[in-house]
Design a protein around this ligand. Structure first.
Ligand code: ZN
Ligand code: ZN
Length: 411
């Protein structure tokens, strides 16, 4: 009973707080077949919120795996015209988007990375107009999660089947602040206000750069763009609608200056990319560019991220999260960036968010690039926070401010 109620609350949260569906607006739900129990609640709640038409774009991980295994390279790299026109039609109709994340980590472990890479690039190229639309917050979008058995058993190796799935549901509810006794929509209003207050403090400092250091070997300077904006929590869409892109979210993040990162960063959690789990890796930067890297597992997948295009060797996001945060305190490694990135300081290889620079959402790409914005087909977050992370911010006039001590915010 309680679980059904909580699933409904998560669905309502995705609809009301996540995308904040407007009366008469179309809603597109993107989900895998493992998540029907949540998707059906989302669809109902979206209609209750006034949606005009709710469509679900289903995919199935095993079907995708079979295609990746058996289709030849050429066919895999062809993006059907109907997919492009369908995406355009939904977009031009002003739809908002709810994605239900339910990854199967390691599913594609035996697929040739080159094949994955080529298929991924072809898709990203054909649908790049859609990525621009979403990352520019032209409409409301959100990501929530639901378990599947394979994922759940990897997160909780001691549990099997339904038991593991139940445990993962509980962890997702807790991390998303969905509880029996409270209304999550109200709880998120308070949470958003707290994140906004933190953004304000960071924005007031107008840091020129941040220096990260810990005992694992991270020793990295990240320069920020002039007129950078710290964001986190709710955002405003191009249509002026307040929405939350991620459920959960704990981060305050901003835009690095493309050519201003130098030093070494050591990852503290694995990175799940195209169904491959990259583990124990580090990157070395010079003038913003990754010049050296290594990984104990799936190094080739990491190489493929970096080799995607010119911008994938530079970073587009830097995010600060205290080690003492609700998700980090669960002690659970979710093997899903939606959660793990909110438990740890992270950065993203690839494309930056225009909103992280003053007036960015209405700037042309050329203008953005001239200010140090990184353009790429990838946006791949990885975690490097630790309990002993220290961060020192340097302002324009050279004065310094301690931002993090022993893994946590001190400002
Ligand atoms: Zn982030
Ligand atoms: Zn990111």
């Amino acid at each position: 009973m309680a679980k059904k109620e909580l699933i409904n609350k998560l669905a309502r949260l995705a609809v009301r707080t996540g995308v904040n569906v407007q009366k008469g607006q179309d809603v597109v739900v993107r989900a895998t077949t493992e998540t029907t129990i949540l998707v059906r609640e989302i669809v109902r709640e979206a209609y209750l919120a006034g949606a005009k038409r709710v469509s679900v774009d289903w995919s199935d991980d095993i079907v995708s795996y079979e295609s990746l295994s058996h289709m030849d390279q050429e066919t895999l790299s062809e993006v059907p015209a109907w997919l492009v026109s369908k995406t355009k039609e939904q977009m031009e109709g002003g739809a908002c988007y709810i994605s239900v994340s339910s990854p199967v980590p390691g599913l594609n472990a035996d697929i040739d990375p080159q094949k994955l890479q080529k298929a991924g690039i072809a898709r990203q190229k054909a649908l790049s107009f859609f990525q621009t639309h979403m990352m520019g917050n032209k409409t409301q979008w959100t990501i929530v999660a639901a378990p599947n058995q394979v994922w759940a058993e990897q997160v909780f190796p001691k549990l099997k089947g339904e038991e593991a799935v139940e445990a993962l549901w509980e962890a997702i509810f807790e991390a998303s602040r969905v509880r029996v006794e409270t209304d999550p929509v109200k709880v998120w209003e308070t949470h958003n206000a707290e994140l906004a207050a933190h953004n304000q403090v960071l924005n007031n400092h107008r840091f020129k750069s941040l220096h990260f250091k810990n005992s694992l070997g991270t020793d990295l300077t990240v320069e920020l763009v002039n007129d950078h904006v710290w964001a986190g929590g709710g955002e405003i869409s191009g249509q002026g609608v307040y929405f939350n892109p991620n459920i959960p979210t704990e981060e305050n993040f901003t835009m690095p200056y493309k050519w201003g990162t130098s030093g070494k960063v050591v990852a503290t959690k694995p990175l799940n990319f195209q169904g491959k789990l990259i583990e124990d890796f580090y990157l070395v930067f010079e003038q913003g560019k990754v010049i050296q890297f290594d990984a104990k597992k799936e190094k080739e997948a990491l190489q493929n991220i970096l080799d995607t295009d010119e911008g994938s060797r530079y970073i587009g996001e830097i995010a600060l999260i205290s080690h003492e945060s609700p998700i980090s305190n669960t002690g659970i490694l979710f093997l899903n960036t939606l959660f793990d990135e909110n438990a740890s300081c992270h950065m993203a290889l690839g494309r930056a968010y225009p909103m992280n620079i003053k007036g960015g959402n209405s700037m042309s790409v050329e203008d953005l690039v001239s200010k140090g914005y990184n353009l790429s087909m990838v946006h791949s977050d990885f975690m490097f926070g630790s309990e002993d992370m220290s961060i020192v911010g340097t302002k324009e006039d050279g004065t310094t401010v301690v931002v993090f001590e022993d893994g946590n915010f001190v400002i």
